[in-house]
Design a protein around this ligand. Sequence first.
Ligand SMILES: [Zn+2]
Length: 366
Amino acid sequence: MLSKKGLRVLSQRAKHILESSCPAKCMSTAPEEEKYKVRGRNVLDVMKERPLVGDGGMVIALEKRGYVTAGNWTPEAVLEYPEAVRQLHREFLRAGSDVLQSFTFYAAEGKLKSSSTGKNYTVAEINQAGCDLVKEVAAEGDALTCGGLSPTPSYGQGKGKQAVQDEFRKQVEIYMEHDLDFMLAEFFATIEETEWAIEVMKASGKPCGATMRIGPTSDKSDVDSGECAVRMAAAGADLVGVNCSFGPVTSLKTIEKMKTSLDAAGLEPFLVMQPVAFHTGDCEHNKDGYHEVPEFPLALESRSITRWDARKYARAAYDLGVRYIGGCCGFEPYHIREIAEEVHTLLYFLRNFIIVHYCCVFYNTA
Ligand SMILES: [Zn+2]
């Protein structure tokens, strides 16, 4: 049974969703199939109404299928095997993803040049092909499109802010040309490089977010995880959170810590989570999470989470206030299907709770 306080919180959530989805604030909302549409809408407006379901890990899934080289993890497949990329986007879409991310991970200039695949594709070729594919598949259903920025070797080599941001800018320009719905800096291990990425995305005027691959302790430069969240939000990220390196259980701890710090700082970005689909309890305090376990990257199967684990993660994330719930490496379409079903179950419950709640209010005051 819910306590009185629990009922009050639930009723406030329900009322907020109702008011957000119905401008007239009446019970006759849009037809069911229209009510939760995301396509063509601002990602931030959608998240005020309902949680978004992200997609899963493109790079690991495509490596398993023979289209990506382990170790490099670069996305030449958008040019060489577009049908494979198209099909994986499509599987995430059919499984229930509200957002499809372009397969442009590690597609900045320095990383492409350092790849040992022996390919000489340009930044423009790779990123344009990634944008074309994601837009094509998103248009087959109801999904937003997202372009990503990832860490650059130039940062580690100490080339400085100007050089690193120039690399980010080249990708962002292509995302703008293709009018992707928003951008997400992801897989960053140090807050400084993350802030540089946010600055570049923010200048575009599009909604943007940032996720770091950090655990509950700190980033690689020993900045506390909660402080990292505050700095991401202060730099202008509309969405703040974590991705990769750690599994759902560990990442929930990190998000909880981030939320506490953000609340203390009076900052309210949307929270986003895209953990790996592996159990990482034994490496929770590693700086590199699952990248440091002996099974990485080709013997991780015994660590895989189940569909039930994915479902529990989705509910726990929602309860923590996360409004963008997706996955990174190891999250296959069947995991995303569980997240989507849990989110839709939640929305169904809230919708019906609204009806019951308002009927009761009407009955008691009539
Ligand atoms: Zn990952």
